[in-house]
Design a protein around this ligand. Sequence first.
Ligand code: 23J
Ligand code: MN
Length: 259
Amino acid sequence: MADLGELASGLMSGAIEVVDLSAPLGPDTPLLKLPPELAVDTPKIEIHKISEYDSNGPFWAWNWLKLGEHSGTHFDAPIHWITGKDFADGSTDRLPVQKLVAPVCVIDCSAQVAEDPDFLLTADGVRAWEAEFGEIPKGAWVVMRSDWYKRNHSEAEYLNADETGPHSPGPTVDCIELIVERGAVGWGTECIGTDAGQAGGMEPPFPAHNLLHKNNRYGLASLAHLDKLPPKGAILIVAPLKIVNGTGSPVRAIALVAR
Ligand code: 23J
Ligand code: MN
């Protein structure tokens, strides 16, 4: 039987730090742009005041939101992709929450990404991490540190698009195949989506989405501050809203890190 006393005292003393891995969520949050001939985009985020201690509500302030599921730091559920549409537990309201608190493996690609915004992490890159830190444990999250979150204040910098489309890092097909084989619960990145900017041209298109969700695994996008995590040993906690038949949800992603 697990004893949570050490966890509790570590949290109270600060020996276990709670690190915020989320980006601000508001009207200026960068949002994915898809080719208009292919798709409709997620709408701009709106925050509307209901009252602010005024004649609309004398003692209270509250807002209502217009917010796409896949906005800001967010979770991709298996039914988000056609390959995962038939999983009975694949929507945000039916996820097994036991899976949502798990160790996180952080693969630092920041040096490569600084040289090449289209950098792709390969299966060999994951194996090189494993040679140093051990095999990815079954049930763990695998996240790609790129320091791309530092561009989050500007949609143009974050999407980094030119006439050839968006340019941001991500995984290759064989990278995702390997982490699925290892039994990872999911894959996360600091970019607008779990796939690279140029992933629409890969085979299959958007391999992270295609292969993760085909295998009932999860995605995390627009994570921030992965530079505050050790390569292994931290615990990642993500709690998607229990949206009925939801395909994803903004999350407050947080990590427990031993100091
Ligand atoms: C819809 C279509 C393509 C992509 C995405 C959504 C995402 O990245 C997402 O937020 O899941 S690539
Ligand atoms: Mn998404």
